[in-house]
Unconditional design. Structure first.
Ligand code: AMP
Length: 452
């Protein structure tokens, strides 16, 4: 295994993508490959197994979908016969949201080819998925449980899969999907190319890779467990009974400073999540809750409302932490610290994406000091403690809130360190580079939500 260097001058043209794929890349407005793309795509195109350490927001979806499309393009067919459209590439993701997100991008990247793409995940009616699978699909994105349902019903056949992608593999293990993964992989031909992406390379992930990857090339664009440098992390020490008020104060202080109203607030429990959303509503803040007790339809509705700006604040449990591609989310608030320090890194990975600046604010009470120390140890940095802002005290009460949220200028993006050290799209000028005013329209803040 080796960690590859990135040539900073690489462009998409260097990869020799076929015209329909190049057209899709151009349509997306991608100018340069991101570090994870520049490092992993040559190996994927050459047929090597790849083990990629990349945080969400680094462009990792395109890093595997684009070369896989290129690799299966010779098999693409415009025949109507399902037999001509077997599943050739399978992407497994831990959550429904991530599956939906990956599929959303895959549809865009494949739209000018004859390659058929579909997504299957639980919590929604199986019938439309069954119909789609029966008519033939080359690139399938799935969560493990629902895929196994389709396999049992014989609507999904993996005997012709040549490409297997395990996305957010660490999360799949955390969520107890190992037996499902083992069962699914046992149905896929051994002669295949396997790619594994994970935010961290824990010993368990290394073991998984040893079992299922062959001489993988390791690519890594972020230090393990590092948060993006563009995220400003602040800790407010707040007794637990005052946390709800603190969230309201933080949000109102931001609005007072002309910052975006948008934020994701993380809570640890489903009940706490719903309660906090209701409490924010009562305080005049348009909020919605997204957690595991909500049906898939409800989750999609709330995401849609967030996307359209009907709600400004999404209160979420970790179920929402992974799958959501929210480009340029200005602010993440941790109402409680997660029990697992790595989850903190994932949570705050919702902000500071694509080189933009973001604020990650944690409300910490005395019972959580140990969790805070764990996080600081994991990230190898001390977080700044500050008093809760007081909107009534005016801007002078908290100089932190003077700083308007702004897309990181293209100039700054160039100043980044080497790709191996730099997390998240740091070499790619953000779409609105140079625009300093806030707030920005909701549509500009939300990158990858499924367009209905
Ligand atoms: P991901 O890490 O796959 O969730 O991607 C994060 C965001 O980066 C998505 O909104 C992509 O559309 C965007 N993206 C991916 N590749 C590029 C690129 N080369 N240039 C600019 N944006 C990109």
């Amino acid at each position: 295994m080796s960690i590859q260097e990135t040539n900073p001058d690489l462009t998409f043209a260097d990869f020799g993508f076929a015209e329909p794929i190049t057209r899709a890349i151009t349509e997306q407005g991608y100018i340069k490959p991101t570090p994870i793309q520049a490092q992993s795509m040559p190996h994927v195109l050459q047929g090597s197994d790849v083990m990629g350490a990349a945080q969400t927001g680094t462009g990792k979806t395109a890093a595997f979908v684009l070369p896989i499309l290129q690799n299966i393009l010779p098999f693409a067919s415009n025949s109507a016969s399902p037999a001509r459209h077997p599943i050739r590439a399978l992407v497994l993701t831990p959550t429904r949201e991530l599956a939906d997100q990956v599929a959303d991008n895959a549809f865009k990247y494949a739209k000018f080819t004859d390659i058929r793409t579909a997504v299957v995940f639980g919590g929604v009616d199986m019938a439309p998925q069954t119909a789609q699978l029966r008519s033939g699909v080359e690139l399938l994105i799935a969560t493990p449980g629902r895929l196994l349902d389709h396999i049992t019903q014989k609507t999904a056949n993996l005997s012709q899969v040549q490409f297997l992608i395990l996305d957010e593999a660490d999360r799949m293990l955390d969520m107890g999907f190992l037996p499902d993964l083992q069962r699914i992989i046992s149905l896929i031909p051994a002669q295949r190319q396997t790619l594994l992406f994970s935010a961290t390379f824990s010993p368990e992930i290394k073991k998984l890779a040893q079992s299922y990857l062959r001489n993988p090339v390791t690519v890594e664009v972020a230090r393990n467990n590092a948060a993006a440098d563009t995220v400003r992390q602040i800790v407010h020490m707040v007794p637990s009974e005052r946390k709800k008020d603190a969230v309201v104060k933080v949000l109102n202080a931001r609005i007072q400073q002309g910052l975006s109203r948008q934020a994701i607030v993380f809570t640890n429990s489903r009940i706490g999540c719903s309660k906090l959303a209701s409490a924010l509503e009562r305080s005049g803040i348009k909020a919605g809750a997204i957690h595991g007790d909500k049906s898939q339809i409800e989750r999609m509705q709330i995401l849609d409302a967030f996307k359209k700006g009907v709600v400004d604040v999404l209160v979420a449990t970790d179920v929402a932490a992974r799958g959501l591609d929210i480009a340029d989310m200005p602010c993440v608030i941790n109402h409680e610290l997660p029990f697992n320090a790595e989850d903190y890194v994932h949570r705050i990975g919702r902000t500071g994406r694509a080189g933009a600046q973001g604020d990650a604010i944690a409300l910490v009470d005395s019972s959580e000091e140990k969790l805070l120390l764990d996080i600081e140890k994991l990230m190898n940095r001390k977080l700044t403690r500050m008093p809760v802002p007081d909107p009534a005290g005016g801007p002078a009460a908290d100089p932190f809130f003077y700083m308007p949220y702004q897309a990181k200028a293209a100039k700054d993006a160039k100043d980044t360190v080497s790709a191996t050290d730099s997390p998240a799209l740091s070499e790619v000028p953000p779409k609105n580079a140079g625009i300093k005013s806030a707030p920005r329209p909701v549509g500009a803040l939300l990158g990858g939500f499924k367009k209905k």
